[in-house]
Design a protein around this ligand. Structure first.
Ligand code: MG
Length: 167
């Protein structure tokens, strides 16, 4: 879809996602599996960072939200690797004439500490988006033991993305 009307040099998008944490599920963050006794209860793999990133990209392009493109009611997306969702969304973004410039991610998680994983998550996001490592930021916050993140009942992520006009 070629965008009509105003062609801004830059567009910004933001996305947010939260999932309940339960035992017996794997914990995926930004396409990286994290060593954890709890993981996300979700229809797909429950990767909050990739889900928030997809919403940020869609938001920047005014292309709806992740639920519009991948309805949770549709069984073909059950247990799906969220990087496959991103791979389906990126061409839609490119078709509007914009390319991802930089991404800033904040993960809200009480445990485990994400410090040892941050570089791997940044590298994975950079690879998935086809941008350089210095254009991908990953920050981690706890919630000072306040629910639901602080009581380890949930994980959340917030993502801001800047797109630039490339065609
Ligand atoms: Mg989600």
């Amino acid at each position: 879809m070629t965008e009509t009307g105003v062609r801004l040099p830059y567009k910004i998008g933001q996305g947010y996602d939260l999932h309940r944490l339960v035992t017996g599920q794997k914990l995926m963050i930004g396409g990286i599996q994290i060593e954890s006794p709890v993981g996300c209860e979700a229809h797909s793999d429950g990767d909050v960072v990739l889900h928030a990133l997809i919403d940020a990209l869609l938001g920047a392009c005014a292309l709806g939200d992740i639920g519009d493109h991948f309805p949770p009611s549709d069984d073909q997306y059950k247990g799906m690797d969220s990087s496959a969702f991103l791979a389906k969304i990126l061409p839609l973004v490119t078709d509007t004439g914009y390319t991802a410039g930089n991404v800033d991610v904040t993960v809200f998680l009480e445990k485990p500490k994400l410090g040892p994983y941050k570089i791997a998550i940044r590298q994975k996001l950079a690879q998935l988006l086809g941008i350089s490592l210095n254009c991908v930021s990953v920050k981690a916050k706890t919630a000072e033991k306040f629910p639901p993140v602080g009581t380890q009942e949930a994980i959340a992520a917030s993502v801001t993305v800047l797109l630039y006009l490339s065609t």
